[in-house]
Design a protein around this ligand. Structure first.
Ligand SMILES: NC(=O)c1ccc[n+]([C@@H]2O[C@H](COP(=O)([O-])OP(=O)(O)OC[C@H]3O[C@@H](n4cnc5c(N)ncnc54)[C@H](OP(=O)(O)O)[C@@H]3O)[C@@H](O)[C@H]2O)c1
Length: 277
C-alpha cells in the first residue's frame, strides 16, 4: 500500500512502540489519530508529528471500553475522513508466576491486549470493507508465538491477538482489507517496569537477549504496510525460537533452558581458543 496521504489510527500512541510508529508514519506523510488515555503525552507526540507535516487528531480513549472506541472511530472519520490504516499497539504485560498473578491483572491483560484490539477492529472494519481498502496491523509479541514460564496471562492475551489476526487475514484477503500481525522480541520501553515485571522473575531468554528499539518495530510496521506481510516475527533469534517451538515444544524447552546458553558460551570459547592456540 502507498501510505503517503493516507489516514491512520494508532492506539497506544502516547509512548513506546505506538509513539515510534506514529512518528514514523508522520515522516512518510500519513495523517494521524493518536489514541491512549493520557492526553498530555498524546499532545506532545502530536506536536512532534505535526512538525513532520502530518495532520493530527488526539483522541483520549480507553481501548477496553467498546463504547469509547466506537465514538473515537466516529470522531476520527468525521475529522480526518476515511481511515486506511489501524495500528493496534495499546497493551501492557504483567510477568509473574501464575500463583502470584492476581485475577484482576490476568483479566486486565486480556481486556487491554485482546479486547482492546478486537474493539478497534470491530469499530473500523465496516468502513474499511465499504471502501474496499484498509490495512490493520496488530502488535502481538514473540510470546504470542511461544509462551515463557511467567507469561501465562500475557501470552494468553497475545496468542489471542495472533489467532484473531491470522483468521482475519485469511477471511478478508480478497476484500481489499489486509491484516498483519507483528511478533517482536523485547523492546526498550516503559513496558518493563519493576511493578509489572519484577526482575527476579525474568527468564534467562529475556534477560540475555538484547532489547530492540521501538523505532525498529515502527520500521517493521512500515514493511508490513508496504509489502503486505501477514505476520512478521523478529529479531531473527525470536523467529528461530518461534519456528523450533512450533515444530516441537521440547526444542523450545532446550533453547529457553539457561544451561543451553552456558553450553553455547563454552562452545564458542572453545572454538575461539582452538583458533588462537
Ligand atoms: N516492550 C516490549 O518488550 C514488547 C515486546 C513485544 C510486544 N510488545 C507489545 O507492544 C505494544 C506496545 O508496548 P510498549 O512496549 O510500547 O509499552 P508502553 O511503552 O508501556 O506503552 C503502552 C501504550 O499502551 C497504552 N495503553 C495501555 N493501556 C491502555 C488502555 N486501556 N487504553 C488505551 N491505551 C492504553 C499506553 O498509553 P496510556 O497509558 O496513556 O493509556 C501506552 O501508550 C503492547 O501491545 C505490548 O504488549 C511489547
Amino acid at each position: 500500500m502507498k501510505i503517503k496521504g493516507k489516514t491512520a489510527i494508532v492506539s497506544g500512541a502516547s509512548r513506546g512502540v505506538g509513539k515510534a510508529v506514529a512518528l514514523k508514519l508522520a515522516k512518510y506523510g500519513v495523517n494521524l489519530a493518536l489514541v491512549a488515555r493520557e492526553r498530555d503525552k498524546l499532545e506532545e507526540v502530536a506536536g512532534q508529528a505535526e512538525k513532520l507535516g502530518s495532520k493530527v487528531l488526539v483522541v483520549v480513549c480507553d481501548v477496553t471500553d467498546s463504547n469509547q472506541v466506537k465514538s473515537a472511530v466516529q470522531t476520527v472519520i468525521q475529522a480526518l475522513g476515511p481511515v486506511h490504516i489501524l495500528v493496534n499497539s495499546a497493551g501492557f504485560g504483567v510477568w509473574k508466576p501464575f500463583s502470584e498473578i492476581s485475577d484482576q491483572e490476568h483479566q486486565k491483560m486480556m481486556q487491554t491486549n485482546y479486547w482492546g484490539t478486537y474493539n478497534f477492529i470491530r469499530a473500523i472494519l465496516p468502513s474499511m470493507l465499504a471502501n474496499k481498502q484498509g490495512h490493520i496491523v496488530n502488535i502481538s509479541s514473540g510470546t504470542g508465538k511461544f509462551a515463557l514460564s511467567v507469561t501465562s496471562g500475557y501470552s494468553a492475551s497475545k496468542f489471542a491477538v495472533s489467532g484473531l489476526s491470522e483468521a482475519l487475514y485469511r477471511e478478508l484477503r480478497f476484500t481489499g482489507v489486509k491484516v498483519s500481525c507483528l511478533h517482536p522480541g523485547s523492546i526498550k520501553t516503559e513496558f518493563w517496569n519493576e511493578q509489572n515485571t519484577p526482575q527476579k522473575y525474568l527468564p534467562a531468554t529475556i534477560r540475555l537477549s538484547p532489547k530492540i528499539s521501538p523505532e525498529k518495530v515502527a520500521r517493521a510496521v512500515c514493511y508490513c504496510l508496504w509489502l503486505g506481510f501477514p505476520a512478521y516475527t523478529f529479531p531473527i533469534f525470536v523467529a528461530i525460537l518461534a519456528k523450533l517451538n512450533a515444530l516441537w515444544l521440547r526444542l523450545g524447552d532446550i533453547i529457553m533452558w539457561r544451561w543451553f546458553y552456558l553450553a553455547l558460551a563454552i562452545l564458542i570459547l572453545l572454538l575461539i581458543l582452538k583458533r588462537v592456540l
